[in-house]
Structure formats: C-alpha cells, structure tokens
Design a protein around this ligand. Structure first.
Ligand SMILES: C[S@@+](CC[C@H](N)C(=O)[O-])C[C@H]1O[C@@H](n2cnc3c(N)ncnc32)[C@H](O)[C@@H]1O
Length: 278
C-alpha cells in the first residue's frame, strides 16, 4: 500500500511518482481498443510471456493478463508506480499472472531471449531508441515481437501550428525531465529497422476526440468514481500549495495543446508499431 505523504513530500515527487500518487490508471490515448489491436498484431495468448516496459500502475498489464491470459511482467523506474501496480495485481486477483518490479528500460534485469512480446505504451517516446530497442531485442525470444503504442506527429504540420506542437513537447520535457520527443511515423519505423527488427509495421491513428470515445475512456479509467476522486485530489492539492497549482497549470497546458486542441488534433495521434526479432 502507498503510504500517505505530507504536502512537501508530494511537492517534491518526480512527475511519474506524482502521477502514481494520483492513481492515474493508464496513459494510453487510444484506450483498450488500441491495446487489443497491439495484442492481436503481436499474436499473444495464454502461452505468452509479455514484458510491459514502463508499466506505470499496471493498467495495461492487467488488461492483457485478464483478456488474453498472458503472463505479464511489468517494470517501471518509478517505485510508486510499481507499488500501485502491485496493489492492482492483488485487487484484481491476477497475482498469478502479473509481477511488477522497479527496473530501467536501458538495462533490463532479464536473461537474453526471455519474452514473446515486449510492449511500451507511452514510454518509448521518452527514450533514446538507438539505446533501448537493442535492449528490447536482447530480451525477446527469436520470433518475438516488440509492440509499441506511442505518440506521433505527422510528417507535415502547417507552419502556423509547428510552434504549438513544439510548445506541447517542451511542457512535457520540463515536467518529466526526460528527452520527450514526438516522432514522425517514418522516424518510428526507422527506429525499428535500424535496430534489426523485421516485418516492421507502423500504423498511425489520429486522436479525434468524440463524446463516445471520451465516455469509453472514462470507463477504462475505472469509471466516474475513480476519475472524480483523482480530480478531487487535484483540487485539494491545488488549494494547499502554490507549487502544485503551477504544476497543474503546466500539465493542463501540455494536455490542451497535445491532446485536446482542435487545430493540432489532425496532425498528432498515436502509432501502433510492431517489429519481429529474427
Ligand atoms: C506515460 S507513463 C505510461 C505508463 C503505462 N505504460 C501506461 O500506459 O499506463 C510513462 C512511464 O514510463 C516510466 N519510465 C520512464 N522512463 C523509464 C525508464 N528508463 N525505464 C522504465 N520506466 C520508465 C515512467 O515512470 C512512467 O511510469
């Protein structure tokens, strides 16, 4: 269980520890339909062992374990995320199929050829592909698949919107203190090919926000009660601390520009990328 923290401890949390504190269940803008597509593209089933790199609070891992019967190992650099993920394994009764631990994508603590699928959902976009994709290849079995669900920007973005997209990118670089970049689909594809993956496919989906999709996402989020309790937590922290208000201001600016802006929505979305080892 994650213990209660004082306001100054909360102010000092890194971005992802803070997201874990708020119990954000997942970050996947494509929701569970995109996870289903990725699982199908990678051909996983009850005999598969999946590594969820940057698993966060384990929402995606639990979904795959429940829907596909796969064994899922999740690692994350944030200790609080891993604590939340372990709580989830217990509360969902999926402990026999889920295991979570602290770990770094650049230096995975698993022997060569361990996994049938390595997955990243909103994680590889924060990482250096030249360093991390070879590490993913190492831990995959021959014939195993890397499946990613990450943001992209279109090859062509109108001149007047480029600075807007760049500003959204900068907000997340600032908040996460990671080298966040929104790559184009062709850069994602080159990342797979240059690391030696074969049968590479990269499909792009624009994140056109609709009311129906929004309601589905709330359901995936754990329903209205979970959403409202996270929002209530944000309001309370905002009232207590100027530092938190500043952080929330930046977060909402980043989200507005990258995810909810009607002008940029056509040029930003998520890619589902798949490559095979060997
Ligand atoms: C946007 S969240 C996505 C979490 C989860 N995949 C999801 O969709 O809910 C990004 C996650 O990547 C983790 N992360 C960032 N850099 C990492 C690294 N080098 N190794 C492992 N995890 C990392 C963060 O701690 C965070 O939990």
């Amino acid at each position: 269980m994650v213990r209660d923290l004082s306001i100054s401890e909360i102010e000092d949390l890194g971005y992802y520890d803070f997201m874990a504190y708020l119990k954000v269940p997942f970050f996947n803008i494509g929701g569970t339909p995109s996870l289903d597509l990725l699982a199908q593209r990678c051909g996983i089933d009850e005999n598969s062992h999946v590594l969820d790199v940057g698993c966060g609070t384990g929402g995606n891992s639990a979904y795959l374990a429940e829907m596909y019967g796969s064994q899922v190992t999740g690692i994350d650099i944030s200790g609080l995320m891993v604590e939340r993920a372990n709580d989830r394994a217990i509360s969902t009764g999926l402990e026999d199929r889920l295991s979570f631990s602290v770990g770094n994508a650049y230096d995975l603590d698993f022997p060569d050829g361990t996994f049938d699928m390595v997955m990243t959902v909103f994680v590889s976009q924060f990482l250096d592909l030249k360093k991390v994709f070879p590490e993913f290849i190492r831990v995959l079995k021959d014939g195993g698949k890397l499946g990613i669900n990450e943001m992209y920007r279109a090859d062509y973005v109108p001149e007047n919107l480029i600075s807007k997209v760049d500003a959204g990118e900068e907000v997340y670089q600032y908040l996460t203190e990671l080298p966040f970049s929104i790559r184009t689909p062709s850069v994602w594809e080159a990342g797979f090919r240059n690391s030696g993956f074969t049968d590479v496919s990269v499909e792009s989906f624009t994140n056109v926000v609709s009311i129906g999709k929004g309601l589905d996402m709330i359901q995936d989020f754990g329903g209205w009660s979970v959403l409202l309790s996270s929002l209530w937590q944000i309001v309370k922290l905002g009232v207590q601390s100027g530092k938190m208000r500043e952080k929330f201001g930046k977060m909402s600016k980043g989200k507005r520009v990258l995810l909810n802006d009607r002008e940029t929505a056509e040029y930003i979305g998520y890619v589902l990328g798949v490559g095979r080892k060997g």
